[in-house]
Design a protein around this ligand. Structure first.
Ligand SMILES: C[S@@+](CC[C@H](N)C(=O)[O-])C[C@H]1O[C@@H](n2cnc3c(N)ncnc32)[C@H](O)[C@@H]1O
Length: 280
């Protein structure tokens, strides 16, 4: 039996009231109430019948329902025990949804999703956006694309290019693993309660192979150090890695990078050039 659409203010308020749920700010609970936004997320994820999807934080099932209607086989991981009972009711009748009670940062995702490859689609809890996205990418999970709602400012950092104020270690990391693209901006009015900031849906298409060949451990150590003190030159900020100034000078010379430059001006290829002559 087809359930009524949850992505609607009156339906959402009714469900919350019926189950006596007060939304938790601490858990980043801002629920979508705009059906067009749900449809556009589903479209951005290019869902086809039978696609395995991991949804992080289904809330009361708003986006989950859109994904299931499009034919996805959804594994939805929700930390809030109160919502598990709600989801059992709001998503009743959908055989292609499995709700898991747990913390996405702790559960064994491979075991729960149990698909050779999958998509991640989520309206993320904003307090842990970066650990969730970086955790999935760094662990080399078999993910094809991540289509996620994040704060607009975070989305801008993910797609930022060298030499701009938004460019930082998050930009480098996301662009190393994926090709990110901002799909659309979502105003606070699309949620209850409305968040204080604009949001954006970003699609990160996971690369088959990173754009540069590096030892990841060294590469990210260099990137982290280069952005640790944004205003400082590379010669200065790279000292935080513990490598002596003299050695750094040789490394930068070998890599063909001027030590007087700041980390925020370096491309992925230039960071790779440094990492590849780094003395371990
Ligand atoms: C922004 S709300 C999105 C809810 C719903 N998907 C929607 O679009 O209306 C984020 C959801 O993530 C859940 N959440 C927060 N931290 C979590 C965690 N560590 N693991 C799994 N879910 C979490 C919250 O309880 C909440 O339901």
């Amino acid at each position: 039996m087809k359930q009524p659409t949850i992505a609607n203010k009156d339906v959402t308020l009714h469900i919350l009231k019926r189950f006596g749920i007060r939304m938790s700010k601490k858990l980043g609970q801002n629920f979508l109430i705009d059906e067009r936004v749900v449809q556009n997320i589903v479209k951005a994820a290019d869902i086809t019948q039978g696609d395995a999807v991991l949804e992080i934080g289904p809330g009361i099932g708003t986006l989950t329902q859109g994904l299931a209607e499009a034919g996805a086989a959804v594994t939805a991981v929700e930390i809030d025990r109160r919502l598990i009972e709600v989801l059992a009711k709001t998503l009743e009748g959908y055989e292609n949804i499995r709700v898991v009670h747990g913390d996405i940062l702790r559960i064994n995702i491979e075991k729960e999703v149990a698909a050779p490859r999958y998509k991640v689609v989520a309206n993320l809890p904003y307090y842990i956006t970066t650990p969730i996205i970086m955790g999935l990418l760094e662990a080399h999970m078999p993910v094809d694309t991540l289509v996620t709602m994040v704060q607009k400012e975070v989305a801008q950092r993910m797609v930022a290019v060298p030499g701009t104020k938004d460019y930082g270690s998050l930009s480098v990391a996301v662009q190393y693993y994926t090709q990110p693209e901002i799909m659309f901006v979502v105003p606070p009015a699309a949620f209850i309660p409305p968040p204080a900031v604009d949001s954006a849906v970003i699609r990160c298409t996971v690369r088959e192979k990173p754009p540069v060949e590096v030892d990841e451990r060294i590469f990210f150590r260099v990137v982290k150090a280069a952005f640790a003190q944004r205003r400082k030159t590379l010669s200065n900020t790279l000292k935080t890695t513990g490598v002596p100034a003299e050695t750094l000078k040789i490394i930068l010379e070998k890599a063909g990078i001027d030590g007087g430059r700041r980390g925020e001006t370096l491309s992925l290829e230039e960071f790779a050039a440094i990492a590849n002559v780094w003395i371990q």
